[in-house]
Write a protein that binds this ligand. Structure first.
Ligand code: ADP
Ligand code: MG
Length: 313
């Protein structure tokens, strides 16, 4: 099968009306709503580094888009479209069809049209770029946290790490398939990001670990924080792990793609209402302070040495 047949068969879908020109020309074309900014993000996933070679192709299609949509969510942006660059070692049509299905199933949930890309032969890797829009004064930037803000986290973190360590035979879990699913099929919190517009000061998606990712907000905003460990939810999937390991997965496990965000205290009720309307648990876990990062458990200071994921450490 030629490169062009492959693109036509598996990666060409008629885009929605918001896209002027999609796959098939030298570039795609789309217009931005008046007064909005283009939000752009890209993520590269390489076999052996970001996923196991034998990862289910449908899961990989889902995840390669999900991690990008998560970046739009963390910016408060609404998805418009995306591009997909893939390198494939050889043409395995069943694999490509499953990958495309995982990709397009998630794309259609978020009305994120595939509008272009590149297809080439090489070691298996997938690079997705997403485009979204956000009113310029409502983007949830990392550098806008303010002293006194509450710090919130969606759902629970640490589950994906538990799934990864189970796949590596490092831990035992009662429900490994749920933890692995959190790793392989993360849910981008796009609706939450949109709902936080005008309420949250700053947001980030937890891809590398809660402490490390919150640390990016603190650094960019030049502030500090106190976290109350007893208020950070412990997922039922982690319950049977030793407490120290639970804490490590929660504080520095990555790949959960939950949102960590800071909101002025007067919006507490509004945030709780959003959680109810999205059926998504939202927990207030700390406060933005002047400087430093303090971890408290029931008022007692805790030291923690684990750092978050970094490819070059
Ligand atoms: P060019 O050589 O002009 O870059 P290509 O031959 O690489 O164009 O691609 C032809 C068309 O197919 C372009 O519109 C490109 O965006 C699209 N395309 C290529 N690969 C993919 C893919 N994996 N997913 C979606 N669109 C793709
Ligand atoms: Mg090309």
């Amino acid at each position: 099968m030629s490169e062009f047949d492959l693109i036509k068969r598996y990666f060409t879908k008629k885009p929605s009306s918001k896209i002027e020109l999609g796959v098939g020309d030298d570039c795609a074309l789309f217009a931005l709503p008046e007064g909005e900014r283009l939000a752009v993000s890209t993520d590269l996933l390489i076999a052996g580094t970001h996923f196991f070679d034998d990862t289910d192709p449908m899961d990989l299609g889902h995840k390669s888009l999900a991690v990008n949509l998560s970046d739009l969510a963390a910016m408060g942006a609404r998805p418009i479209g995306c591009t997909l660059a893939v390198a494939l070692p050889y043409v395995d049509e069943a694999w490509i069809a499953a990958f495309a299905q995982g990709f397009f199933d998630l794309a259609s949930v978020h009305q994120c049209d595939l509008i272009g890309g590149d297809t080439t032969k090489g070691p298996l890797s997938v690079c997705v770029t997403v485009f979204g829009t956000v009113p310029s004064d409502q983007a949830l930037r990392r550098d806008k946290a303010q002293i006194g803000d509450d710090i919130w986290i969606s759902n629970a973190v640490g589950e994906a790490r538990a799934g990864l360590e189970w796949l590596r035979h490092n831990v035992q879990l009662l429900h490994p398939e749920e933890a692995v699913s959190r790793l392989q099929r993360p849910t981008p919190r796009v609706e939450l990001g949109l709902a936080l517009r005008g309420l949250a000061h700053a947001a980030i998606d937890v891809s590398d670990g809660l402490l490390g990712d919150l640390g990016h907000i603190l650094e960019c905003s030049q502030v500090g924080a106190t976290l109350r460990l007893e208020d950070i939810p412990v997922s039922p999937l982690l319950m049977e792990l030793p407490q120290e390991q639970q804490q490590q997965f929660i504080l520095s496990g990555g790949d959960d793609y939950e949102l960590c965000f800071t909101v002025p205290k007067e919006h507490r009720e509004a945030i709780e209402t959003i959680g109810q309307s999205l059926s998504l648990s939202l927990s207030c876990i700390g406060t933005i302070e002047n400087e430093g990062l303090q971890l408290l458990r029931n008022g007692q200071s805790i030291s923690f040495s684990g750092h978050s994921f970094d490819h070059f450490l």
